[in-house]
Ligand binder design. Structure first.
Ligand code: MTE
Ligand code: CO
Length: 421
C-alpha cells in the first residue's frame, strides 16, 4: 500500500489511485508487511467507548489543538493589565475568528459586569438624555454583520524592519467576527440629536475608561452597539455585555464595555487621539484622526509558525486580506519576491469591511521561496510595499503599517520573517 504523495499534476491519476486502494481494502488483499498499522490495527479509540454527551457542557477544542492559542510577547508591555495578545492566524482557516482566539487588547484589564447592572447613557446635545438597560436595548431592531477589527498598532513593531517571527505576532492584532447589535443610529434617533451635534464621544465602563471621538456621519452610518459575537454573548475580554462596532475603523475606537455616548459639536481630543493613535511623520508633523484601516493581507501558511513539513509537490498557500474601505476583489501572490505575481483564489463570503480568505496552489520543487501577498480593495487601492509606505510615512510611525509582508521559505520548508521591499 502506498501513502499519499500529493496530488499528481492530473487529478485523474489521484482518483484512479484512490479507487485502487479502496478496492484493495474491500478485498482484504493488503499484505501485513506493507500495510500501515494505523490503518490495519484497531486503535484504542475504536476499542473503548468514548465520553458521553455533556462531558463538556460548553465544548472545548480537541486536546491535540492545545497549541492553537492566543499568545503575547512578554517584552512588549510592562504588565498584563495594559497589554495585548495575538490571534493565532497561522492555525486558522476560513474567515471567522473563533471567539476564544480573538486577540485581546485592554488598557485597564477586563471589566466584569453583571448585565442587569449595566447601563448605556446618551447625553449632551440631544433632545432627551437617555439611559438604556440591556433589556431596553433588546427591544430595538437588530442587525447581523461580519466585520474585522484591527488594532491600528497591528504590524507596528515591523516599521524599521522584520522583527517578530510569525504572522500571529506580526499580524495577529485582528479578528473577524459576526456581530449582532442595534444600529447606533436608532439609539441616537431615540435621543434626538440636536443640529449642532456633529461628534460623539464613546466611553467604556472599564478601569481605563477608554474614550474616543467619532464624527456623527460615521455614528449614523454603520456603527453597531453589539451584544453578540458569532452568535453567543460577547466574551468578557471583548466587552461583555456591550461593545461598540465601528466597521473598517481602527480597533481603538471600538469601545468595549460601552457605558456612555455624549453628543457634542467638536471632537474631545482624548488621550487616545492625541498622544496615542497619531502618526508621527518624518518632518515632525503628526497625522491625526487616521481612522480608516487601509487594505492589507498576509500569508498565514506557510509562515514561520506553520512551516512546510510535507516536502516537495503540491503546496497550498493561504492567507487573509481585508480593507476598511470595502471588499477585496483581488489578491496577488508571488513566490519569487515580487518578480512574478499570480492571482490568488478567494474562497468564502466576500463581505464589506470583513476578512477574505485566499488560496494559491502550486507544485513546490523544493527550492527556496520568497512569499508575499498583495491585496486590492474595491476602491482600486493596492497594498503598498513597506518601502513605498516608508517613503511617505517615514520610520517613526507605530500605527497603520499595511505594507506587504515577506516570508522566506528555505529548502527544508522552514519560514522566516524577512524584508526585501
Ligand atoms: N475599550 C475599552 N473600554 N478599553 C480598552 O482598553 N482597547 C481598544 C478597543 N476598545 C480598549 C477598548 C483597543 S486599542 C483595541 S485594538 C480593541 O478594543 C481591541 O478589541 P479586542 O480586545 O476585542 O480585540
Ligand atoms: Co488597539
Amino acid at each position: 500500500m502506498e501513502h499519499y504523495k500529493g496530488l499528481k499534476p492530473s487529478r485523474r491519476n489521484f482518483l484512479t489511485g484512490a479507487a485502487a486502494v479502496g478496492g484493495a481494502l474491500a478485498g482484504s488483499r493488503l499484505s501485513a508487511q506493507t500495510a500501515d498499522p494505523l490503518i490495519v490495527n484497531p486503535q484504542p479509540w475504536r476499542q473503548d467507548l468514548g465520553a458521553g454527551v455533556d462531558a463538556a457542557p460548553y465544548g472545548v477544542p480537541s486536546k491535540f489543538e492545545a497549541d492553537v492559542i492566543r499568545r503575547d510577547v512578554p517584552w512588549l508591555t510592562a504588565d498584563a493589565v495594559s497589554s495585548v495578545n495575538f490571534t493565532p492566524l497561522h492555525a486558522l482557516d476560513g474567515i471567522i475568528t473563533p471567539n476564544g482566539l480573538c486577540f485581546e487588547r485592554h488598557h485597564g484589564g477586563v471589566a466584569v459586569i453583571e448585565p442587569s447592572e449595566h447601563r448605556l447613557m446618551i447625553n449632551g446635545l440631544v433632545d432627551k438624555e437617555l439611559v438604556f438597560t440591556m433589556e431596553d436595548l433588546m427591544r430595538f431592531p437588530r442587525e447581523n454583520h461580519v466585520y474585522f477589527l484591527e488594532c491600528a498598532a497591528n504590524s507596528g513593531m515591523e516599521w524599521a524592519g522584520a522583527q517578530l517571527n510569525g504572522c500571529q505576532f506580526t499580524h495577529g492584532m485582528i479578528h473577524n467576527v459576526q456581530y449582532t447589535g442595534v444600529p447606533l443610529r436608532l439609539l441616537l434617533e431615540e435621543a434626538g440629536v440636536k443640529t449642532e451635534g456633529k461628534w460623539i464621544m464613546v466611553e467604556g465602563a472599564d478601569a481605563a475608561g477608554m474614550n474616543r471621538s467619532i464624527p456623527m456621519e460615521k455614528a449614523l452610518d454603520d456603527c453597531l452597539v453589539a451584544f453578540k459575537m458569532n452568535g453567543e454573548a460577547l466574551r468578557p475580554e471583548q466587552g461583555y455585555p456591550l461593545r461598540l462596532v465601528v466597521p473598517g475603523w481602527e480597533g481603538n475606537m471600538w469601545v468595549k464595555w460601552i457605558r456612555r455616548i455624549e453628543v457634542g459639536d467638536q471632537p474631545w481630543h482624548a488621550r487616545e487621539e492625541t498622544s496615542k493613535y497619531t502618526d508621527l511623520l518624518a518632518n515632525g508633523v503628526a497625522r491625526r484622526f487616521t481612522w480608516e484601516m487601509d487594505a492589507k493581507s498576509v500569508i498565514t501558511s506557510p509562515s514561520p509558525q506553520a512551516p512546510i513539513t510535507h516536502g516537495k509537490g503540491p503546496l497550498v498557500i493561504t492567507g487573509v486580506a481585508w480593507s476598511g474601505r470595502g471588499t477585496i476583489p483581488q489578491v496577488d501572490v508571488t513566490t519569487d519576491g515580487g518578480m512574478n505575481w499570480h492571482k490568488a483564489r478567494i474562497s468564502g463570503p466576500s463581505f464589506d469591511k470583513s476578512m477574505h480568505r485566499f488560496y494559491y496552489e502550486m507544485d513546490w520543487d523544493g527550492a527556496p521561496l520568497l512569499l508575499q501577498s498583495r491585496a486590492h480593495d474595491s476602491t482600486g487601492y493596492v497594498q503598498p510595499t513597506k518601502d513605498a509606505l516608508r517613503k511617505i510615512r517615514g520610520e517613526n510611525s507605530i500605527y497603520h503599517n499595511n505594507g506587504i509582508q515577506t516570508w522566506a521559505i528555505d529548502a527544508d520548508g522552514k519560514a522566516e520573517n524577512v524584508e526585501i521591499s
